[in-house]
Design a binder for this molecule. Sequence first.
Ligand code: ZN
Length: 154
Amino acid sequence: MSNLEDLYREIILDHYRSPRNRGELECPPAHRIEGFNPLCGDEITVYVAADGATLSDIKISGHGCSISQSSASLMSAAVKGKPIADVRATIDTFKRLMTVHESNLDDEQEPEPVDLRALGELAALQGVVKFPVRIKCATLAWNTLAQGLDELSN
Ligand code: ZN
């Protein structure tokens, strides 16, 4: 298991040091959405552009801890060029990954298991759930993107 944790740590550090899709998009036509996590001081600005039902481009700017920034980079790589319906599904899956299920021992309301293979590199962030104070760091970019998709469809 430690090898897998090492690999996950490498992925997170790689995206922190070399963030993907870093920058800005011209608004309009792109939408600009800001997210802030006061618990940690993380700030994320997400720029999204749509072409029909496709998320044609995404750029990220901002600053904060390694979890918030690498999560934003991983997210941008996972959703760029994808159908918006698929992007929404990925957001839902990722947020499920980041949910602490304290009632795991109860057999009622067993949560639907998350398919880690479908998440690809995003699975690297699953260890964050062991540190509840960092979950808001990991989900910041995703909540910001979700808000952006809502604005795109209006
Ligand atoms: Zn943070």
